[in-house]
Design a protein around this ligand. Sequence first.
Ligand SMILES: Cc1cc2nc3c(=O)[nH]c(=O)nc-3n(C[C@H](O)[C@H](O)[C@H](O)COP(=O)(O)O)c2cc1C
Ligand code: SF4
Ligand code: SF4
Length: 260
Amino acid sequence: MIFCFTGTGNSGYVAEELSRLLGEQLYMLEHEALTGFGRRDFNDSRIIWVFPTYSWGVPPVMVGAIKASRCVNPGAVHFMVATCGDDAGLIARQWRRLMTAKGYHAAGAYTVIMPNNYTLMKGFDVDPQELMYRKIEDSAARIATIADAIRRSDCDDNVTSGKWAWFKSRVIYPWFIRNAMSPGPFRADHTACTRCGRCMDDCPCDNIAPGNDGYPQWSEHCALCLRCYHSCPHHAISYGKATADKGTYLLKRALKKHKK
Ligand SMILES: Cc1cc2nc3c(=O)[nH]c(=O)nc-3n(C[C@H](O)[C@H](O)[C@H](O)COP(=O)(O)O)c2cc1C
Ligand code: SF4
Ligand code: SF4
């Protein structure tokens, strides 16, 4: 079984490929499947957790899902596959601690470098097109390697940790979770927004609803996955001043353009 959370499609794509290569069933953690996750037992012998890297750590939404999960097979072997734009610090160690706390047996942990989708701070933007397509192309071989390792039940970590991994994961990650994950600054620009409803329908956490005027309004159950920001067809969503002049990215859209 593969459990996957994705914002802009990178982790979803990796999970779909692993599902195809390994013949594993894919369970997407979104909408009711996410909110009701803790109400269901899983008896599978192999569990693969696929998710994006957030600030060199496990996204809080995934921490919550792992904590709530009910894997009732004591012999099950667990794997982590995290996507990242550049590097993932000590994410594997954090995931291993989460597995241990649940009494799960953690085998290998892996990362796949994919296009960056983080745009909410100064200096962070989506990748230039050439780099974006190179990352997507290179990912196919990487996913195949990871599938082979999972097939063999390898227990080694194969993670792009990057420089200053300890500082990023142990100092910046907790700061980021406390201070930089609020959905408060999200706004839809009323001159550009057509009230089409797409951001509201697409949000994996059902965190956006129309206000009395029909324009989107954000609640507090946000995973900061950025699907709303990137999927708006009119680029009408901003996050304070941080997103002025920033690009957007969705894997599906990138693949469609690439084929043309
Ligand atoms: C809140 C947030 C924090 C991120 N932090 C990191 C990071 O620490 N390192 C990194 O390489 N990429 C980081 N990224 C980029 C994503 O991990 C990367 O683009 C990922 O493949 C997105 O996956 P998705 O399309 O499945 O959501 C971050 C993205 C978001 C939204
Ligand atoms: S997707 Fe964009 S245009 Fe559509 S409702 Fe949301 S903000 Fe408005
Ligand atoms: S509100 Fe936007 S950023 Fe937050 S979970 Fe929904 S789609 Fe993701």
